[in-house]
Design a binder for this molecule. Structure first.
Ligand SMILES: O[C@H]1[C@H](O)[C@@H](O)[C@H](O)[C@@H](O)[C@H]1O
Length: 536
C-alpha cells in the first residue's frame, strides 16, 4: 500500500500475520512511518496540529513506557534495600538473579498470547488488564515476606510488561493519525529510559530518607501509581476503529474516527477512512477463509507467514539482522547495570550506592535524547559503528579498574561493605561505566527498535515479533547470569566477556547490516537481495 493509500487510522499488519505471532513490541509504528505515512487515506494533508485526543494518546503511550522503565529500573535499589526482610535471611546472588529475571521470563512467555487476547477482547480491555496486573504485581511485591512471594510479584509485573509492550504500540498504531505515529515510537524509548531515571530517584530518596525496614516496599509498591493513572486515562479513551470493524461495530468505529480527526474530519474523510478499514478487514478474513482457516487463530496463516519469512532470502536476512541487533542490545550487558548497579556500587564501597547508580540511568536517558536527535542524520549503521567502540573501551577500562580491587564483603544485615576498596579504582570504574552507557544509549539502546523497517509488510509483524522475543530472551539470560558470572569469573572477566560480545557484534554489523536510513521500505528490502547484504 503506498503512502497515499494508507488509511489515516493505521492498519496493524497484513492478513496472514494478525493473529498468531509473538509479541511485536515497540515496532508497530516506527520512524519509517514518518517518512512513508504522512498523508491521510484520500491523500489530504495530516492535521496541522495535534488535537486534544492526540495529546491523550501520547500521554497513555508515555505512561506505558514509564511503567516499563520504572518496573525494570526499580529493582536496582530494591535489591540493596531488602536486607533480611524476605524469608528472614540475606538475599543470595541466586535469589537476586531469579527475582530480577522472572520479570523478563514472564514478559517473554506472555507476549504471544496478548495478540490473541487483543483480538478476542479488544485492545483497550487488554491495556486495562495489563494495568490491573501492574498494580496487583506492585502490591504483591510490596506485601511479600518471602523470596518466593517476591518472585511471584515480579512475575505478575512481567506478565503486565509483556502484554503492554505488545498491545500499547498496537493500540496507538491503530488510532494515531499516520503523521504522528513515528513520533510516538520515539517517545516510547525516551519514556522507558525516563521511567528508569524516576525509579532510580525514588530508590535513592526512599533509601536515604525513608524508614529502612519499609523503604523497599514503597519502591516496588509505587509502581502501581502510573498504572492507576493510565487505567483512568484509558477509561475515557476509545477502542480502536479497526477492532470495532473487525467485530462488526461499524457505527462505533465511525464515531471514533470522527473523534480522532477532530474538527478536520468532516464527512468525506471519515467515510473514506472507515471504508478503507472495512475493505482491509474484509480482505483479511477473506484471505484467511481461502486458506481454510475460517475466522480462527489460523495455524496455517501463521505457517504461511513463517514460510515467507524463512523461505525468501531477503526476509530471512532481515530476520537475521533484526534478531542480531535485539540479541546484541541485551547480550552486551547493559541491563546488568540497570538491574544491579546499586549492588555493584555497594560492593565498591560508594557511601550512597543508589545515588551513584543514578548516573547509569541519567546517562542512559540523556544520551537516548541525543541519539534520537542524531539518528536520522547520521544513520543507523553508522551510529552503531561509531558508538560500539566506546562501549568496548568503557567495558575494558571497567575490567581494568576491577582488577585493582578486592570487592568489599557486604555486611548482610546493613548491606554496607565491611571495608572500603581502593577509591581510585572505584572512580575509574564509575567513569568507564558512564562511557559504556553513553555508547549504548547512542546506538544499541535505540536502533534495534527500528526493526520493522527491515521487513516487507507481509512478514513485518511476525518478523518483528520474533526479534522482540529475542530481546526478552536475551534480557532474561543477562538478568539471570550476571551476578553468578561475577562470582564465577570475577567482575573483570565478566566485563571482558561483554566487551568480547560487543566486538563480535561490531564485526557482524560491519558485515551484514546495511544502512536503511532515508530509504523507502522497498529500497531497504531490495538492499538485502544483494550478495554483500547491501553493506558495500
Ligand atoms: O531500549 C531500551 C532501553 O535501552 C532501556 O534502557 C533498556 O533497559 C531496555 O532493555 C531497552 O530495550
Amino acid at each position: 500500500m503506498s503512502s497515499a493509500e494508507e488509511p489515516l487510522i493505521s492498519r496493524h499488519s497484513s492478513p496472514s500475520e494478525d493473529h498468531d505471532h509473538p509479541d511485536d513490541g515497540n515496532d508497530n509504528y516506527n520512524d519509517s512511518d514518518i517518512r512513508h505515512d504522512t498523508t491521510t487515506y484520500d491523500g489530504t494533508p495530516p492535521p496541522a496540529s495535534p488535537t486534544l485526543f492526540i495529546y491523550l494518546l501520547t500521554l497513555s503511550a508515555g505512561i506505558s513506557g514509564l511503567l516499563f522503565g520504572y518496573d525494570t529500573g526499580v529493582i536496582s535499589s530494591t535489591l540493596v534495600s531488602i536486607g533480611t526482610s524476605l524469608s528472614a535471611r540475606p538475599l543470595t546472588a541466586l535469589d537476586k538473579s531469579i527475582i530480577t529475571s522472572s520479570t523478563s521470563l514472564l514478559a517473554l512467555l506472555i507476549s504471544p498470547f496478548s495478540s490473541i487476547l487483543a483480538d478476542r477482547l479488544g485492545r483497550k480491555r487488554v491495556i486495562l488488564l495489563a494495568d490491573v496486573l501492574f498494580a496487583v504485581g506492585a502490591a504483591a511485591q510490596a506485601c511479600s515476606s518471602s523470596v518466593a512471594g517476591m518472585v511471584a510479584g515480579r512475575a505478575v509485573v512481567g506478565m503486565a510488561v509483556g502484554a503492554a509492550s505488545f498491545v500499547v504500540p498496537l493500540y496507538i498504531a491503530e488510532l494515531a493519525p499516520a503523521a504522528f505515529r513515528g513520533r510516538l515510537v520515539t517517545m516510547n524509548v525516551i519514556f522507558i529510559t525516563l521511567g528508569q531515571v524516576v525509579a532510580y530517584v525514588v530508590g535513592w530518596a526512599l533509601g536515604e530518607f525513608g524508614e529502612a525496614a519499609t523503604a523497599w516496599r514503597w519502591m516496588v509498591g509505587l509502581g502501581a501509581l502510573p498504572a492507576v493513572v493510565q487505567g483512568v486515562v484509558m477509561v475515557v479513551m476509545p477502542e480502536t476503529p479497526r477492532w470495532l470493524v473487525m467485530v462488526g461495530r461499524v457505527g462505533e468505529a465511525r464515531r471514533v474516527v470522527e473523534r480522532v480527526l477532530g474538527g478536520e474530519g468532516e464527512g468525506r474523510e471519515v467515510d473514506a477512512t472507515v471504508k478503507g478499514i472495512e475493505i482491509e478487514v474484509r480482505e483479511e478474513s477473506e484471505g484467511r477463509r481461502l486458506r481454510g482457516n475460517g475466522r480462527g487463530v489460523g495455524k496455517a496463516a501463521w505457517l504461511d507467514s513463517a514460510g515467507e519469512l524463512l523461505g525468501v532470502r531477503r526476509n530471512r536476512r532481515a530476520l537475521a539482522i533484526a534478531c542480531l541487533l535485539q540479541g546484541l542490545q541485551q547480550l552486551c550487558g547493559f541491563n546488568s547495570l540497570m538491574y544491579f548497579s546499586a549492588t555493584i556500587f555497594t560492593m565498591l564501597g560508594f557511601p550512597i550506592p543508589t545515588l551513584t547508580s543514578l548516573v547509569v540511568a541519567v546517562t542512559n536517558f540523556a544520551f537516548t535524547l541525543v541519539a534520537l536527535l542524531l539518528i536520522d542524520r547520521i544513520g543507523r549503521r553508522r551510529i552503531l559503528l561509531w558508538s560500539i567502540p566506546f562501549m568496548v573501551v568503557g567495558l575494558i577500562l571497567a575490567a581494568y579498574g576491577f582488577s585493582f580491587i578486592t570487592l568489599a564483603a557486604v555486611d548482610s544485615t546493613s548491606d554496607k561493605p565491611t571495608a572500603a576498596p581502593a577509591q581510585g579504582a572505584a572512580i575509574t570504574i564509575l567513569v568507564s561505566i558512564m562511557v559504556y552507557v553513553a555508547g549504548y544509549a547512542l546506538g544499541l539502546g535505540n536502533v534495534p527498535w527500528m526493526q520493522s523497517e527491515l521487513f516487507a509488510l507481509n512478514v513485518r509483524s511476525l518478523g518483528s515479533g520474533i526479534a522482540t522475543a529475542t530481546n526478552w530472551g536475551a534480557n532474561f539470560v543477562i538478568g539471570l547470569t550476571f551476578l553468578l558470572l561475577m562470582d564465577a569469573l570475577t567482575p573483570s572477566w565478566t566485563f571482558v566477556l561483554y566487551a568480547g560480545i560487543c566486538v563480535v557484534g561490531y564485526g557482524l554489523i560491519w558485515n551484514f547490516y546495511p544502512e536503511t536510513a532515508g530509504l523507502s521500505l522497498e529500497e531497504a528490502a531490495s538492499l538485502l537481495e544483494d550478495d554483500s547484504w547491501g553493506v558495500r
